[in-house]
Design a protein around this ligand. Structure first.
Ligand SMILES: [Cu+2]
Length: 323
């Protein structure tokens, strides 16, 4: 009973992180905690950052109820974006972390595709579990890192654009590089270009591939607003729209490594895409107590493929965050 209460409490904290996640804005007015154990300025009730940049509440001179903040990638500053990309690259190439990186990527490859992506029972909870595994790994490299999300709805009509400094596909060290070349689809610019980074053997090895199809996304801001406003009874419609339209669109239009579930989990953009889908689910859940567990209490209590967690548990993200 006690642990259930704790899980629910922490869940709220993590969902907050999504509400606060519009780039650097939310940091205004927050003071960095540093390493002092009992900061004199820790004003009762104020919100402060701890040394891992978690948002914490100041209570009796101590920082409590700390939670992670996930931010929108194109609204993060250059330094934060580079920090994330460096952690991601370190995880994927450094011998200390590579096996764990591979284990997570392989979990997506080895779980049956139909189960993960065509059954509503598992799609949201499984990918939430998957993202937290990734995030925990990156935070072993730099504890300030959280998974960013990419809100593609804001650029739905030109999502492939990489020419502007803030664009996700920008070729700079703070971007993911752009489209693949016309013949073997290899990405040739940015931190994941073919001369700098390779896919794992479990996903076929070789270069990261993209083959952008310049077609606008269905999920523009208007479409998303409509989907999120669906009433509780239409949960299955909400889930189906996110999974089949929003989720599928990006995989099908980026193509290359993102195109099949046998390789997609090795593409850096997969994390940013799924992190946004997870945020959409979190936004749905924050509409009310009954939305948090809509549909999922009826789930079987079997463990999910590749995971020690049941889908039911992953409805409440922080119950396995170990914060
Ligand atoms: Cu997937």
């Amino acid at each position: 009973m006690k642990s259930t209460c704790r899980a629910v409490l922490l869940c709220v904290s993590v969902l907050w992180s999504f509400w606060l996640s519009d780039g650097g804005q939310e940091r205004k007015g927050l003071r960095e905690y540093g390493t002092r154990s009992s900061p004199a300025w820790c004003k009762e009730g104020s919100l402060v950052l701890n040394k891992c940049e978690e948002h914490c509440r100041c209570k009796n001179g101590k920082l409590v109820n700390c939670f992670r903040v996930r931010k929108e990638f194109t609204r993060m500053d250059t330094k934060e974006r580079k920090r994330y990309i460096n952690a991601y690259k370190t995880a994927s190439v450094n011998a200390r972390f590579k096996l764990d990186y591979q284990r997570i990527v392989a979990a997506h490859i080895n779980a049956p595709d139909e189960l993960l992506h065509t059954t509503p029972v598992i799609f949201f909870p499984w990918h939430r579990w998957f993202l937290v595994q990734f995030e925990n790994l990156l935070r072993r490299i730099d504890c300030r890192v959280t998974l960013p999300y990419w809100d593609w709805s804001r650029v739905a009509h030109h999502w492939w654009r990489g020419s502007r400094y803030k664009d996700i596909w920008n070729p700079g060290q703070h971007g993911l590089g752009g489209d693949g070349n016309g013949w073997d689809e290899c990405v040739e610019d940015g931190p994941f270009s073919k001369d700098k980074w390779k896919l794992l053997n479990v996903s076929g090895g070789g270069c990261l591939m993209r083959n952008f199809k310049h077609v606008a996304l269905t999920g523009n801001t208007h479409h998303l607003r409509r989907t999120l406003s669906l009433p509780l009874k239409d949960f299955l419609q909400f889930e189906d729209t996110v999974r089949n339209i929003y989720h599928g669109d990006l995989h099908d239009l980026i193509r290359g490594t993102m195109w099949t579930s046998m390789t997609a989990s090795n593409a850096p953009e997969m994390i940013l895409h799924h992190s946004f889908l997870d945020k959409l689910w979190a936004e749905w859940q924050k509409k009310g107590q009954e939305y948090i567990k809509a549909y999922y209490p009826d789930l079987p209590s079997k463990k999910m493929p590749g995971s020690n967690y049941t889908a039911r548990l992953c409805v409440v993200v922080s119950s396995f965050l170990h914060l």
